[in-house]
Design a protein around this ligand. Structure first.
Ligand code: FES
Ligand code: FE2
Length: 428
């Protein structure tokens, strides 16, 4: 990759091409329960912008530049009062729209407060998530129609995790099916799995063939290898603009999951795992009756306590400071990596590439087609927006996300996988 292209793909601050592309879309910002009515404001960095989020008296969420427009004191230290956030320096108060509503240090006859408005970004809430729009439009576009982001409280899971690296290398881990048979399953043997699971197919063949195609919402691949004599085992996964992925870790009929890789800044990413709760006892990686788990699976996240720092939310206790608690004994005689659980394995490996992976060093093989095509489309779409003002996929047509899924299918060998996938979609 050329250095310029790597820069284009990874820089997301104001004025960058990729930052411009992502700003066209709504993005997950906070869990709704992180903000309490008239409660503490939260430092929130998104796309390299330092913001402060608060929930006002009427329940509405405000997202403001953290700098007070008077003399730049941080509104993080503000008082969340009736109907607005008040800067503690000279008492200016701002409502959720950024309008200054009180300026107690100016003479009563002054109308200066009416002329002062600070930068604010629209927020919406749906299904337990606060969404933010940092884009240029006066009237923001609609929210994306993503199944897993529209679930009711009883069935949904919302799991954020801070990752200490650039958003794209984090995302690329999710569309790189080839690593599954190594990083997560490298020491698995057929005896680890109950009869009738699909695991035996990917254990028998760790070099599947791929078909990568452009879709209305992004890119998708089907990776296939032999299943039974007359069938193939397909793993289908999605990239959806601008930062969404759908992995193939379950039968496609029941696999309602989407994952966002939201850039906090150029070197940090908030991962949002949005999914339907699994039935208790079921796991994405099946284990045998003996209970041996070849990945050292852990479904929960072992979080550090949140702090008020810009990067202080949803960090894991196992992290780069303790080598993710790698156990070399387990690496010799247990899971392939010696790191506990699929998520942590991905976290460790993508962070190990450095804060922003230098892709000029890469040598890509045929198993990297999905990554190559996704990068190409991102560059293409970001350039088209910047140069011609072309509206990117999904912004004004959120239905392109409707009933898109990733997942597994076992199909007769002669079957067209894309036609079957499209057929199945209608029933989701
Ligand atoms: S800096 Fe905020 S009121 Fe003066
Ligand atoms: Fe992975």
């Amino acid at each position: 990759m050329r250095r310029e292209d790597n820069e284009l793909l990874t820089r997301v601050g104001p004025g960058t091409l990729m930052g411009g592309l992502i700003r066209e879309y709504w993005m997950p910002a906070l869990r709704s329960d992180e903000l309490v009515v008239d409660g503490e404001p939260i430092r929130l960095r998104l796309l390299g912008e330092n913001l402060v989020a608060f929930r006002s008296t009427n329940g509405q969420v405000g997202l403001l530049d953290h700098r007070c427009p008077h003399r730049c004191a941080s509104l993080f230290f503000g008082r969340n009062e009736e109907g607005g956030l008040r800067c503690v320096y000279h008492g200016w108060k701002f409502d959720v729209n950024g309008q200054c509503v009180d300026m107690p240090g100016e003479p009563p006859e002054s109308d200066f407060k009416n002329k002062v408005r600070t930068r604010s970004y629209p927020c919406l809430e749906r299904s337990g998530l606060v969404w933010a729009y940092l884009g240029p439009r006066e009237e923001p576009p609609p929210l994306p129609v993503l199944e897993a982001s529209m679930l009711s409280e009883e069935v949904r899971m919302i799991q954020p995790v801070m990752r200490a690296c650039n958003w794209l290398q984090a995302l690329e881990g999710d569309i790189d099916t080839s690593h599954f048979g190594f990083l997560h399953m490298g020491s698995a043997i057929p005896d680890d799995f109950n009869e009738g699971t699909t695991a035996k197919y990917y254990l028998a063949d760790r070099a599947p063939k791929y078909e990568v195609v452009a879709s209305a919402s992004g890119t998708m691949y089907g990776a296939f290898r032999p299943a039974e004599e007359d069938s193939y085992y397909w793993r289908v996964a999605q990239f959806l603009f601008p930062f969404w992925t759908m992995p193939p870790a379950g039968k496609i009929e029941g696999h309602v999951i989407v994952r966002a890789w939201v850039p906090i800044d150029d070197e940090n990413t908030m991962f949002w795992n949005l999914s339907r709760k699994r039935k208790s006892g079921s796991s994405p990686v099946p284990t045998s009756a003996s209970g041996r788990s070849p990945t050292g699976l852990s479904l929960g996240f072992d979080y550090l306590p949140n702090t008020t720092d810009w990067l202080g939310r949803w960090r894991l206790a196992a992290n780069q400071n303790n080598d993710y608690r790698i156990d070399r004994g387990v690496q010799d005689d247990g899971s392939y990596s010696g790191i506990q659980g699929v998520h942590l394995q991905d976290q460790a490996i993508t962070e190990s590439m450095g804060p922003i992976s230098d892709r000029t060093h890469e040598r890509l093989g045929s198993s990297d087609q999905m990554i190559i095509q996704t990068r190409r489309r991102l560059i293409e779409v970001a350039r088209a927006l910047h140069d011609q003002g072309s509206i990117p996929p999904g912004v004004d047509n959120p239905e392109v996300y409707d009933r898109v899924r990733g997942g597994e299918m076992v199909l007769p060998r002669k079957t067209d996988w894309r036609a079957t996938y499209e057929e199945k979609r209608k029933s989701f």
